[in-house]
Ligand binder design. Structure first.
Ligand SMILES: Cc1ncc(COP(=O)(O)O)c(C=O)c1O
Length: 375
């Protein structure tokens, strides 16, 4: 197809972008037929809870799919707010937390501004910044893989700094390492710009900063229903901040960004927290069991605080990339990041069902009998 010169209308900085590469999502039919084990995008191995499914059925029965949904997701905002003693004015609902990241960045960043982030972290942050012609300042993780808060502060406080947002995930991705709440609070108190804390994986750890919203100026917290609440397919996230910030973010949100069904399911999931807590416990137990098994085979795994592990296969066995490729041939999908080089020896493995974990370990054990080069 020809397009003559119409591509010239696309802004140059967007044309130059590489864009985000999501983890492989096989078609459902292919996944079922080939019995693919998906451990590459940190989804929850449990299906939505019974309460969530019955909320879905009730919502369908109400026969109102031809009407627009509540444009402000009020009931969901109230429920989330109540859990943290916040009014619904402190809550914004998004089409996944990815959309909320994008809304906040669009509201704050002008061309030439910057975000500061620990590096590596969630690779979408710099991509959204880039789409706005803003820069990303990468502050490398420390030797022990923890966030270098001191360096992040130096970046925001330097006189030349155009940093408007410091963004980090806690627990971080892809490392899975969590920072202590006390350390984060000290950082936020000293940080003169917006602190955006991405808590997509926080329910697998222990603490959230949500209740600190009224006390810490400039704190913005984001949570997701994709990981702990088994609703990745419904795309729902929430953002918590001071009502004045929420009011401005609301102005640039699509009016009907959350579907009717997604709102009903997310509300039921939030109300069924106890059930999800039980599942989180099981996922964390499986995670620790997997680490122990891989340990015996000589893998080196980082401290893990989320629903995945970040692990280095033993050198004499295979490189991380080869390990990922061989597992893929055995229909087990995991994630390898070739860049930056510091993490290229590691793979990220999501915690799946008990049977997924058994198959992964069995396959890894059988592979470990071979040596590098024999594949
Ligand atoms: C750190 C982090 N934040 C946010 C997301 C996206 O979450 P959502 O599905 O709510 O858009 C992911 C997805 O993997 C993630 O790893």
């Amino acid at each position: 197809m020809t397009l003559n010169n119409y591509t010239n209308f696309i802004q140059a900085h967007i044309s130059k972008m590489k864009g985000y590469t999501p983890g492989v999502q096989p078609r459902w039919e292919e996944e079922k037929k080939n019995k693919i084990i998906k451990l590459n995008t940190n989804e929850n191995p449990f299906p939505p809870s019974k309460l969530v499914i019955s909320a879905l059925k009730n919502a369908i029965k109400k026969n109102r799919m031809h009407l627009y949904p509540d444009s402000s997701s009020l009931k969901l905002r109230q429920a989330i707010g109540q859990s943290y003693d916040l009014s619904e004015d402190c809550v914004l609902i998004g089409n996944g937390s990815d959309e909320l990241l994008s809304i906040l960045f669009r509201a704050v960043l002008a061309s030439g501004d910057a975000i500061a982030q620990p590096y590596p972290s969630y690779s979408l942050y710099p991509i959204i910044a880039e789409s706005l012609a803003a820069k990303s300042i990468n502050v490398p993780l420390m030797k022990n893989w923890h966030i270098n808060f001191q360096k992040l502060l130096e970046e925001t406080k330097s006189r030349k700094s155009k940093v408007k947002i410091v963004v980090f995930a806690n627990p971080n991705a892809p490392t899975g390492i969590a920072e202590s709440i006390d350390e984060i609070i000290s950082f936020i108190k000293a940080n003169p710009v917006i602190s955006f804390v991405d808590e997509a994986y926080a329910p697998f750890w222990k603490d959230s900063l949500a209740s600190y919203i009224p006390k810490l100026q400039g704190l913005v917290v984001c949570g997701s229903f994709s990981k702990a609440f088994s609703l990745a397919g419904q795309r729902i996230g929430y953002l918590l901040a001071h009502p004045k910030i929420i009011k401005d973010l609301n102005k640039i949100r699509d009016s009907y960004n959350i579907s009717y069904l997604a709102q009903e399911m997310a509300l039921a999931a939030w109300q069924d927290k106890k059930e999800f807590q039980k599942r989180i416990k099981i996922i964390c137990m499986r995670r620790e069991a997997l680490i122990r098994e891989l340990d015996k085979l000589g893998f080196e795994t980082l401290e893990a605080a989320a629903n995945f592990i970040f692990t280095k296969p033993p050198k004499h066995m295979f490189t991380a990339n080869t390990y990922g490729q061989i597992l893929a041939k055995h229909r087990i999908l995991i994630r390898h990041f070739p860049r930056p080089s510091r993490i290229s020896n590691y793979v990220r493995i999501s915690i799946g069902t008990a049977s997924d974990m058994k198959k992964l370990i069995k396959c890894t054990k059988s592979l470990s009998r071979f040596k590098i080069g024999s594949f």
